[in-house]
Design a protein. Structure first.
Length: 327
């Protein structure tokens, strides 16, 4: 089996995923095309060498519909021979798109591929593509369906995380993000978003709130309390986990993952693919895997899949220098 290497990566800044966000005016396909253009231009890439592009998109409808990856390839003026496919694994869509592209390289099917993803949450709202799981009783009831916010509060309840605990974590996260930007840690990986006239619309993450403190977060109401109580979802979770008496709602807009617009792309290739591009690899993809998790609590999946992955790779936590976790 061939090795898959990372040769470059770019992303747009993250715009606030609301109608007053800076990237709201930019169509989803344009966001995707922008990172493809950046990957091409900064590496002087002959796009005829690219065998496939795989982009994640959770709600592929309207302007993001069809095969948005192929649309972005055409808009970025890549060679017409470059194929494209879109996939959806919810929050893991972009990550799994990179894995999908890497797997084709490892299998010897492709020499050069691009993985990544795009989402304009201000233009294509959450759930726009529809879903039978929450609305069809034949699957919702036996799986104890609840929205993710309830699951997050359930985890906090089961494992003893207080409102102060999660707020303090959020404050520290904001500080680290601001410090990273101040130190220029993202300067080589950001592709500024520009308008049709070439004027920069956004060149840094917009959703950060570095002035966040415990006092400001304390003034925010829990986001999922009414949903849990009035919607009956708390009762569903207590039925599934009877060891808890009630769900303690600790999450709100200030300590939850941001709703943002943006896109990202990772240039991948085999060793021979790298030579054909005239590039040196920056990293090797050693292993990846997937797992399903208990659907009511759902967000504990990263723990289980990490254990599975380390076992498959014959590694331990001590072998890892840096973790990046989604949500």
């Amino acid at each position: 089996m061939a090795d898959a290497y990372i040769y470059d990566h770019v992303r747009t800044p993250r715009g606030r995923g609301k109608k007053d966000g800076s990237l709201h005016e930019v169509p989803t396909n344009k966001l995707a095309a922008g990172v493809l253009e950046s990957i091409r231009d900064r590496n002087e890439l002959d796009t005829k060498l690219v065998d496939d592009v795989v982009f994640g998109c959770v709600d592929p409808v309207k302007e993001a519909g069809g095969d948005i990856t192929r649309t972005a390839i055409l808009q970025a003026d890549y060679d017409q021979s470059v194929a494209g496919v879109q996939l959806n694994r919810y929050c893991a869509s972009g990550l799994d798109s990179v894995n999908f592209a890497a797997s084709k390289i490892m299998a010897g099917v492709d020499d050069v591929a691009i993985g990544g993803g795009v989402e304009s949450m201000s233009r294509i709202g959450i759930g726009a593509a529809g879903n039978a799981w929450p609305v069809d009783p034949s699957v919702a009831i036996p799986s104890y369906f609840v929205p993710q916010g309830i699951s997050a509060d359930l985890i906090a309840t089961k494992h003893g995380f207080s409102r102060d605990d999660v707020d303090a974590y959020a404050v520290e996260s904001q500080k680290r993000s601001a410090q990273s930007w101040k130190e220029g840690r993202f300067k080589n990986s950001i592709a500024p978003v520009k308008d049709i006239n070439g004027m920069t619309i956004l060149d840094r993450d917009e959703h950060m709130r570095p002035d966040t403190n415990m006092q400001s977060l304390a003034s925010l109401n829990a986001s999922f309390e009414m949903m849990g109580e009035m919607g009956g979802f708390d009762a569903v979770s207590v039925q599934r986990y009877p060891e808890i008496e009630a769900v303690n709602h600790v999450h709100h807009a200030g300590n939850s993952s941001g709703i943002v617009d943006g896109a990202a792309a990772v240039l991948l290739g085999s060793q021979e693919g790298g030579k054909s591009m005239g590039l040196k690899p920056r990293a090797r993809i050693r292993a990846f895997t997937n797992i399903g998790s208990e659907p009511n609590i759902m967000l504990t999946g990263p723990v289980d899949v990490t254990k599975k992955l380390l076992d498959r790779a014959k590694m331990t936590l001590d072998d890892i220098d840096l973790f990046e976790l989604n949500e």
